[in-house]
Design a protein around this ligand. Structure first.
Ligand SMILES: *Cc1c(COP(=O)(O)O)cnc(C)c1O
Length: 368
């Protein structure tokens, strides 16, 4: 049987070991006689699953003591409203939020934030088709912005920050807020440099339905009166992510992924594997003109690799032939077209090797 490699951008591939463990525990979790899906979220069994998941995530990302880890719902897009509702209260209303516009996802964040605040697009790479992050010396930040929003990995455009901007000097200490949906846990990060980190789970953590927020404690308690209670970070933190029913099964799977990551050697070891995988694919793309990739080298994402066939009339044949080889979900996002290979933590290097081998064969068979 052909080995299947799934390059979906999200919901995305999960470690096989995790799925096997979940399957073996599906009907009876640790002798409890219940599936995790059937458990009260306030019972001792699920409480232990939640506490372990939070502790493992704190260890994996080296989250400082003065940060809360919140598990909630609403997805990355939900946070586009939930973040302003929780943070614009730092300033007198109407407050201003600074955005760095580097692609589709930061663009969506900008659009949503306009409902709650004045929006200042402090820098944008739109004029260069989102091929990178604008140089920080050109960022036109607001002195008293409620916060500065970044999307540190643009899942659709394939643009990743390989640095942490220092905005403190140009502002009155505006906190950095980062949408890390599609690269959290793929690389070592210094959490202390951010006020808030958020992400939907379905790219690099676990199943859809779980949203992760890591927030510095001094940023709690500022929610606007119109903020729904179930999305008020202070209320969620005070109730240890149990203000209302959390997405229990997604938290359980995320917890298994965290344990898997620890067995792999943690985030630093994962980062080395991710660098090797990304290099393999980009080195091949750079070696041929059968395929084209547009992002500037220093901003290439290690997680999401968009590319185009030079002759786009071959797109359908490419996808069909890839599928035949067990290489799935390579079609690019409809807004940008072309192809995209998402190579998250759970994608083994063998998958990237198989992809490169296929791409080389396909180019050869089509006259290159
Ligand atoms: C997928 C994604 C989102 C949207 O997540 P939903 O869970 O669908 O709301 C937001 N930001 C980034 C960077 C993403 O990759």
């Amino acid at each position: 049987m052909t080995t299947i490699y799934n390059f979906s951008a999200g919901p995305a591939v999960l470690p096989k070991e995790v799925l096997q463990q979940a399957a073996s525990e599906m009907l009876d979790w640790h002798g409890s006689g219940m599936s995790v899906m059937e458990m009260s979220h306030r019972g001792p069994e699920f409480m232990s699953i939640l506490a372990q998941a939070q502790a493992d995530l704190r260890e994996l990302l080296n989250v400082p003591e003065n940060y809360k880890i919140l598990f909630l719902q609403g997805g990355g897009l939900g946070e586009n409203a939930i973040v302003p509702l929780n943070l614009v209260g730092r300033k007198v209303q109407p407050a201003t939020i600074d955005f760095i516009h580097t692609g589709s996802w930061s663009g969506k964040s900008i659009k949503e934030a306009k409902k709650y605040a004045n929006v200042n697009v402090a820098a944008s790479s739109e004029s260069t088709s989102f091929n990178g992050v604008p140089d920080t010396s050109t960022w036109n930040l607001t002195k008293d912005a409620a916060y500065v929003h970044l999307c540190t990995n643009e899942t659709i455009d394939g643009v990743e920050y390989h640095f942490i901007p220092d905005v403190a000097q140009q502002t009155d200490g505006s906190p950095l807020v980062a949408d890390m949906s599609s690269h959290i846990l793929s690389r070592v990060i210094d959490v202390s440099k951010y006020g808030v980190i958020f992400g939907g789970a379905q790219k690099n953590i676990g199943p859809a339905g779980l949203t992760l927020v890591i927030v510095r404690e001094d940023l709690l308690g500022l929610a606007l009166p119109i903020c729904p209670s179930a999305f008020d970070w202070k209320i969620i933190a005070d109730n240890d992510s149990m203000y209302n029913t959390p997405p229990t099964y997604s938290i359980y799977i995320a917890g298994l992924v965290f344990q898997w990551l620890k067995r792999q050697g943690g985030v630093a070891a994962m980062e080395q594997k991710n660098i090797a995988k990304a290099n393999l694919l980009y080195d091949y793309l750079d070696s041929t003109d059968f395929y084209v990739t547009c992002v500037a080298k220093e901003f290439r994402s290690r997680m999401n690799v968009p590319f185009y066939l030079k002759d786009e009339s071959l797109n359908v044949a490419f996808l069909a032939a890839a599928k035949e080889r067990g290489l799935l979900q390579l079609k690019g996002h409809k807004s940008v077209g072309g192809m995209r290979a998402s190579i998250y933590n759970a994608m083994p290097i063998e998958g990237v090797q198989a992809l490169v081998e296929f791409m080389r064969d396909f180019a050869g068979a089509n006259g290159k």
